[in-house]
Ligand binder design. Structure first.
Ligand SMILES: C[S@@+](CC[C@H](N)C(=O)[O-])C[C@H]1O[C@@H](n2cnc3c(N)ncnc32)[C@H](O)[C@@H]1O
Length: 465
């Protein structure tokens, strides 16, 4: 393979490498890498284009040629891809404002990456520019001067670049225009908070598995490794400086799981008891399945239509010392999997647009199409109607999504209540933010509550008629 490192400079400074890409405000010094920043920028640009062509960010990154990348270069690549996707609305507007003719797609993506770094990372600007020029040269020698000129223009006046970027709604909110319009129409009071929350960063929130470990024991084990946490409840803690969980004490022993604070509400709301027959209808990867079992050792069936994802449920349960029957099935097609014995509790954590979790998955903002909402809402309706037949009279179904779109949430439940005369919505109390009265948790929460993802919850009870 060609040597892709930048040419040696006469100065004593080390050659620019991927380690320079640490985002502004990120804790600690970035580890050094042997891979050039130019190569990481170019790889990131290719991955961002793959996302725009319909591949999720994890797969888009995994499919790039990262031979020779060390841990620091991989970390930098992920930071650049996710950071650029987080700010893509604005970056696209800035590039359009600073060029006369639209460049080739890959050159344009290199510009997005570099401008993201110039505006939002701690990387020295001359390094960003020189490496981006080199990245562009690898694509097309003729693009070198063009990229250099655009980036130097941005650098000369970053405030003007920001102002230009914020001039359109898509640039200002960093969400597609249709998404902004939908959220504004669905939540006239909260739309700005929702979009702002979607652009934030999700904390690393853990759930203590009290069957294996007390909260205090876990906090002590973390303290011994200088891992600071904030305690938010009996089983909920937030790690102040996020790090790979596999390397944290107690992970392999099943002392804790990673689970957002909003998601941690599901199992308590479901209220399963040890004597209950429980169905987790869309279970993979099993975060909520495990929580239900941690609260009550019930007879639980975990379904998922995706066989590969369902394996993750088994893995997670085994790490945590829990058991459930897992089955690959389309939950809506009841005749293919149900044995006729009614369930006392059903969790329907429905497939959805994920519009409430884009702060963790910024690729979602650019992958989803407006038409996906109606398609997913139709599937959610089928799931509700199919599963309703498997619920015992007096039993409860907890419907939840990690979406903020009304058609997947309040409108879905209003329509279900009309279709099923034996369905009653049970009043639930959700912590904190004022929007939650109707079951909607806003992404980011508010300062008085913990910082959670955007979720929707509706608890439905089956009456005799
Ligand atoms: C939001 S995720 C569930 C997350 C999971 N409850 C947790 O807490 O870890 C939705 C899941 O629904 C599954 N799914 C989609 N359509 C389904 C169907 N028709 N029947 C069963 N599972 C389905 C997807 O494979 C996906 O794993």
């Amino acid at each position: 393979m060609a040597n892709l490192s930048p040419p040696p400079t006469p100065a004593a400074a080390p050659p620019p490498t991927a380690s320079a890409t640490k985002p502004r405000g990120a804790p600690g010094a970035a580890p050094a890498s042997a891979v050039s920043l130019a190569r990481v920028q170019l790889t990131a640009a290719q991955a961002v284009l793959a996302v725009l062509a319909g591949t999720n960010a994890d797969n888009a990154i995994a499919r790039q040629d990262t031979s020779g990348f060390d841990g620091a270069a991989r970390g930098a690549l992920t930071d650049l891809v996710l950071g650029t996707l987080r700010h893509l609305g604005e970056l696209r507007v800035i590039v359009r404002a600073f060029v006369r003719a639209k460049p080739d797609a890959l050159i344009e993506a290199v510009l997005w990456i570099a401008i993201y770094e110039l505006l939002y990372s701690r990387t020295a600007s001359h390094v960003v520019v020189s490496q981006a020029v080199e990245a562009a040269e690898r694509v097309n020698r003729g693009a070198k001067g063009f990229v250099n000129a655009v980036l130097r223009n941005v650098l000369r006046n970053p405030d003007e670049a920001r102002a230009k970027g914020a001039a359109s709604e898509e640039g200002h909110w960093n969400h597609p225009q249709w998404w902004i319009d939908r959220v504004r129409a669905d939540h006239p009071e909260w739309w700005e908070a929702i979009l702002r929350g979607g652009n934030g960063h999700g904390p690393l929130t853990l759930r203590v598995n009290t069957l294996r470990c007390s909260r205090e024991k876990l906090i002590d084990a973390f303290a011994a490794k200088k891992i600071e946490v904030e305690t938010l409840g009996e089983t909920m803690i937030v790690v102040k400086r996020p790090r790979p969980v596999h390397r944290m004490p107690g992970f392999a022993e099943g002392w804790f799981s990673v689970q957002d604070g909003g998601a941690q509400l599901a199992a308590p709301l479901l209220g399963a008891k040890a004597e209950h027959r429980v169905l987790d209808a869309c279970a993979a990867p099993g975060g909520k399945t495990a929580h239900i079992l941690e609260l009550a050792p019930c007879n639980l069936v975990a379904l998922d239509v995706d066989a590969e994802r369902l394996l993750r449920v088994a893995e997670n349960l085994s790490r945590l010392g829990l058991t459930a029957r897992t089955q690959v099935a389309n939950a809506a097609d009841v005749s293919t999997w149900w044995d006729g014995a009614p369930f006392d509790r059903i969790l329907l954590d429905a497939p959805c647009t994920g519009s409430g979790v884009v702060r963790r998955h910024p690729d979602g903002k650019w992958l989803k199409r407006e038409s996906d909402i109606a398609q997913l809402a139709a599937l959610q309706t089928q799931l509700i109607d199919g599963l309703w037949t498997t619920l015992a009279v007096g039993g409860r179904l907890l419907y939840c999504t990690c979406s903020v779109f009304r058609d997947e949430n309040a409108a879905q439940i209003d329509a279900a209540l009309v279709r099923h005369s034996n369905m009653r919505r049970v009043r639930i109390s959700l912590p904190g933010d004022p929007a939650s009265a109707g079951g909607q948790l806003l992404p980011g929460g508010n300062k008085k509550t913990h910082n959670h993802d955007g979720f929707f919850y509706a608890l439905l009870e089956k009456t005799a008629s």
